[in-house]
Design a protein around this ligand. Sequence first.
Ligand code: GRF
Length: 199
Amino acid sequence: MKRLGILLSGRGSNFEAIADNVQRGRLTAEIAVVISNRQEARGIVAARARGLPAVVLPSQGIAREEYDRRLVAELEWHRVDLVCLAGFMRLLSADFCRAFPLRVLNIHPSLLPAFPGLNAQRQALEHGAKISGCTVHFVDEQLDAGPIILQAAVPVLDDDTEETLAARILIEEHRIYSEAIALVLSERWRIEGRRVIAK
Ligand code: GRF
C-alpha cells in the first residue's frame, strides 16, 4: 500500500476529504503521517481525532533549509511515498523537492497559471474572471508552478463574494485531489515537458 504524507497549516478540509476517501475504500493508499507547521491547526486536531500519526513541526524562527531537512527526515521516517500539500503555507526549498522528485503534489484554488499565490479567489474576483476553479500540480521550488495533473472549473457568478466563490471551488478541490493522488499512484502517466499525460 502506498503511503501518503500530508502537510498542512490550517483548516485541513482537503486532508479530511482525502482521509474520507481512504476510509471508504475510494482511494487505495494509507495516510502515513500528517504534519503541520502550526500547533493550533484544525487539521492536526482532526488527524489526531482520526487516530492518524500527527506531528507538529513549528517553523517559526528556523531557517528554511534546516526546516526542510527536518521535514524530509520526518517524511522518510514514516516511509512516505507521496507528499500531499493541503493548505501548507510555506514554500519548499530546492533540496526538499530533490528529495521527492515528482512525488510532491499541491492543490491551489485557481486555474493555474492564473492567480498564483495568496488569496487566489479574491484575485479572480478582482480581475473579473468569469470562470475559476482549482488545480492539482506537481511541486517544484517555484510557487504554484509545477506541471499540472488535474483541474476543475467553476463559474464565477455576478453576486459572488470571496467566500461563496471559495466554497464553490472547495467542493471541486475535495473531488479532484483524491483523483489526482490515485492517478499519480497508479503510475499510469508520463510527463512530456510540462505536460502530464495519462496513459
Ligand atoms: C485550499 O483552498 C487549497 O486550495 C489552498 O489552501 C486551502 C486549504 O484549505 N492551497 P483546507 O485547509 O484544505 O481546508
